[in-house]
Design a protein around this ligand. Sequence first.
Ligand code: SF4
Length: 346
Amino acid sequence: MSPADTMTEPEASPSGGVVDAPLLSVEHLKTQFFTSRGVVKAVDDVSFTLRAGETLGVLGESGSGKSVTALSILRLVPSPAGRIVGGRIMLDGEDILRVPDSRMRKIRGKLISMILQDPLTSLNPVFTVGDQVAESLRIHQPADGRLRERVLSLLKRVGIPDAERRLESYPHQFSGGMRQRAVGAISIASGPKLLIADEPTTSLDVTIQAQYLRLLKDLQKQSNLAILFITHDLGVAARVCDRVAVMYCGRIVEEAAVRDLFDRPAHPYTRGLIGSLPKLDRRVDRLTSIPGQPPQLYDVPPGCPFAPRCSEAMDICSRKVPPEVSLASTHRVACWLHADDESRHD
Ligand code: SF4
């Protein structure tokens, strides 16, 4: 049974009550691109769940499938080359791969909000910040004559000081931190339940990055938002995520609570990523890095796609796709090292 099968069931809470079902449940998702070089399995049988108020990090190198996973949830995979060819995505009780386009447009505007890379440049320089926040409110809520009041309340919620005066300011009159807050206000204007943040801090310097991550956490607390946080940066994932799913070649190779992932990484790829992080508590002459490169996605080798780079690879690794093994209720790994003898000899 896959984690998607088990994690969608209501669970008993420590107090004996029933914990809410996940807000988002991605089950055996497969998204492919049909190119002249061959079929690219960008997302290959990916399953995970996300609950309200929780942050799941999707971590991987570029080309690992993390952004295509996000685009699949939004049903915005570039066509005609790209197509979702299998799986199910349940959002707030609705099977969103099966709803008509008109319904999906509403879901994208209302239930799901997305913050793209570089939040500082996503404001339009020719409109005032107040107008831009008002526009996003107007799209999602009926006009009722209280628009200005609602814009003000949103700007205050994201911590913009002197909000009344700031309504008429243009983005260039805002500091970097305040522009981030304005983008934050726009992203929550529709009252979304799910926020997808795709590498939102990549272009920011460390101080601004820290402020932005704090803002996201504040917004999450205020609205019980579920956040899917896509990143290639393990350090950033450690700071904001409750759980992390590590992707390699379109597959989740390990998923765990963030603490367990750092304390007990089980997949050789995750260990390699953690080993390549600088350590503050000890002097190292050289950082270790993972040798080799990921394969081309139209030419993934059989078996475990990490095998050519893995120092622990065994004979079976290059022949058979590793099974998913559950190490604890919230820790799973796809690696032959953790499979039982019986399945290795099948
Ligand atoms: Fe390495 Fe084999 Fe595990 Fe793949 S399945 S990560 S090759 S040990």
